[in-house]
Design a protein around this ligand. Sequence first.
Ligand code: HEC
Length: 141
Amino acid sequence: MMRFAISPAEGLLRVLTLIAGIQMAASSVAFAQTASQPKTTGQTAVHEGNPENGKKLFAAYYCWSCHGSMGRAGGTAPAIAPSTRTAEQLIQYIRKPARGMPAYTSKTITDQEVADIAAFLKSVPPGPAAKDIPLLNGLNQ
Ligand code: HEC
């Protein structure tokens, strides 16, 4: 006959306790992960924007597809560079843009990323004036 050091009922109880313990540990890890994620709402303080990173983000978030590769206009959207907008002003705009542009929420793009894009848009040199483009001058003659 088999002999148990503990009764089968007690054994079952121990297994259940162990499972409950593992679940609790797992959920506290999940909680820790949530807590360590950067806040996606209510961000106000942003660090000084990084123009190089902003240039990459301008490409990654497809701003270029409407505003042109350097933000100096291209297709349907107006030129947005060189820009005088501060990071805060750009954040405010792209969260609630005018009708022609899709809104970018803080879930899509963080305030800091927008600050980087703002720094990039400020760093873009102005394009050449129409009078300095030979082909355009040719059209006027
Ligand atoms: C699908 C096309 C599209 C994309 C993508 C897009 N925009 Fe726009 N954006 C527009 C259009 C169209 C307007 C003009 C809206 C209006 O005034 O009706 C605009 C306007 C703006 C303006 C204000 C222009 C002004 O001075 O009046 C800013 C700033 C701007 N966009 C920044 C961005 C940034 C930054 C991104 C990327 C994160 C972006 N846009 C992505 C289409 C787009």
